[in-house]
Design a binder for this molecule. Structure first.
Ligand SMILES: Cc1cc2nc3c(=O)[nH]c(=O)nc-3n(C[C@H](O)[C@H](O)[C@H](O)COP(=O)(O)O)c2cc1C
Length: 190
């Protein structure tokens, strides 16, 4: 079975990117994948610092996050756009998971994986600019990024008070990111 790790680049309790990635995750599940959704905040990763790493070794939470990536075939990411790029929370997690411990291959969390990427913002552009930097980052780490992507503009108006999506066109587009990821991985595995 295809295994997918899904997460948002925001740890905010009411994060719209968490809601967006959950819709894409549903699309991946409906296409037959096993999806694990995680909250990056829950790993309590300190700000990456080589001196800290030399002193304490790999952070336990960071290793847990990295292991989840290693155990996955594909990744679903919805990122907030902070000043036209990704959040520090997201980049910090990506940097930690790029570090290897004994027995791991270089960039094992990223190489040979496929990712579906999304962004969400209350603004009209939906965080479209972060998708450029996010794609470049993931590709540079060895993850193939699906050509199809989605920036959700006016994102605060697209979910109800319970976090359920209310806009059918957006729901369809997000689920398609999830299902395309599964279909691509199935083809690669065949
Ligand atoms: C430091 C900072 C910078 C931001 N920069 C942008 C930006 O460049 N473009 C944008 O559309 N929204 C920007 N925003 C607004 C975010 O899109 C908004 O806070 C969004 O809700 C964050 O995603 P989340 O709901 O998943 O936490 C910024 C917010 C913060 C805190």
């Amino acid at each position: 079975m295809i295994k997918i790790l899904a997460f948002a680049g925001s740890g905010r309790k009411d994060s719209v990117n968490k809601k967006v990635v959950a819709v894409a995750a549903k699309g991946a599940e409906e296409a037959g994948a096993q999806v694990t959704i995680v909250d990056l905040e829950s790993f309590n990763m300190p700000m990456f610092d080589e001196d800290l790493e030399a002193k304490n070794g790999m952070h336990e939470g960071a290793q847990q996050f990295k292991q989840l990536l290693i155990d996955s075939d594909g990744i679903l990411i919805s990122s907030p756009e902070y000043n036209s790029s990704y959040s520090a929370l997201f980049k910090n997690a990506i940097d930690w998971a790029s570090r290897k411990i004994e027995g791991e291959k270089p960039l094992e969390a990223y190489k040979g994986k496929v990712a579906g990427i999304m962004a969400a913002s209350p603004g009209a552009m939906g965080g479209m600019r972060v998708l450029v930097t996010l794609r470049m980052l993931m590709e540079n780490l060895g993850t193939m990024v699906l050509p199809n992507q989605k920036a959700v503009g006016g994102a605060f108006t697209k979910f109800d008070g319970n976090g359920n999506i209310t806009d059918p066109a957006t729901e369809k587009a997000l689920k398609k990111i999830g299902s395309e990821l599964v279909e691509t991985l199935q083809k690669l595995k065949a």
